[in-house]
Design a binder for this molecule. Sequence first.
Ligand SMILES: [Zn+2]
Ligand SMILES: [Zn+2]
Length: 263
Amino acid sequence: MTDFLHILGNGDSMGVPRIYCDCEVCSESRIDGRNRRLRSAAYLEAAMGDGLWIDIGPDWKEQMEALGKRSMPVALLTHAHYDHMAGLPEWADCCRWTKEKGILYAPAEVLTQVRERYPWLENQLHYREVDKGTRFGDWSITTKKVCHGKNGYSYAYRLQKAEYAFAYCPDAINLGAEEKAFLTGLDLLVLGTSYYKEEFDFHTRSVYDMTEAVELIREITPGRVYFTHMSHGVDVREPYPLPPHVSLAERGMRLPLARPCER
Ligand SMILES: [Zn+2]
Ligand SMILES: [Zn+2]
């Protein structure tokens, strides 16, 4: 029985279109919509039992409707930035109406930041620290603090079930040896890349671009890679020169979490 990872959103912190912007990509996204991108989030569809949401951004409501889900029992948070957690108050409100408390997994320092930002949520949500990892059904989840450049730190998660391993790492840059080791030996990597080539000074940046990510991938050799967290600097109509096992994530994708021979 195969589990699947759904891509609920593949956009950067502002999504595409950016409200203020009339660039070619933002304009296309308003008309044909191939470049329309909700804020990055994912959903692990388990063959048995409930699924697991990863990140709850400001597009959460639309993502829930697209999934056809009426409740979200369990979610995992990568870090306490607006584009990854702005849906938390709305989730908590849903829990208030349905009288079913949700469970939020996040590292302790992230939960502290969530408490500071939204002090009322614990009436409706149970918080669980995930620094030392946890389990979700058959999956073991391990946690790694990763460099998020000028934005400080984020977390990446590695989920392993039998022989299969995947990682979700939407917001990272300039990873060191230990962080790379955490991402080694993966069947699937979902990695944030805001641009194909980001021209801003490296020290002002917070997420890999695709050219740097390709270098990283050469080192950590995942079986399959999808880029997410893409800004209006990425045009899906462009034939970016990427290795054959690397693709741009698309909203609505449902990626099987098993090696081809096991499906
Ligand atoms: Zn982000
Ligand atoms: Zn734009």
